[in-house]
Design a protein around this ligand. Sequence first.
Ligand code: ASC
Length: 159
Amino acid sequence: MKKSVTVVLAAGLSVCAALSTPVMAEPATSEKQAANTVQFRQALLQLVRSNMGPLGAMAKGHIAYDENVMKTNGLRIEQLSMMMTDYFATDTSGFDVETDALPKIWQNMTDFEDKVSAMTKAAEALQIAASSADEGRYRSAIGELGASCKGCHDEYKKD
Ligand code: ASC
């Protein structure tokens, strides 16, 4: 009994540590690794984009609000956001790879993490707003989520 409590506590602490430890930038060690890293980052962001698309169309009034899509896509974007700092931890700036990621990301990982955290929170808030039956809340929750995308792009994405 005592042992299992200790194990559970230890597991809980290591989860907390994993969530609160700042991600350190690690330079890529080969051009091949850098190129793979760029591909994985782009795949992650394409999935975010795919899930943002219908939400943006709803907020602009191009399609009807759909509670299920807001919940599903909000959850997916939340989950994708939780992979973001990990996939951006490899600093590819030492290699000549084609990327829109600005090198200053890797000098500002703490700020990058804060911006990603805003995205996670906005994606969570959208899932809650999706149950409100209030189109004004839908629109502002989607707007907040889009603003979190833009906040990071303005700073860290090539124009
Ligand atoms: C999207 C998308 C982005 C963001 C950004 C928000 O739908 O593909 O990159 O929203 O445009 O400002």
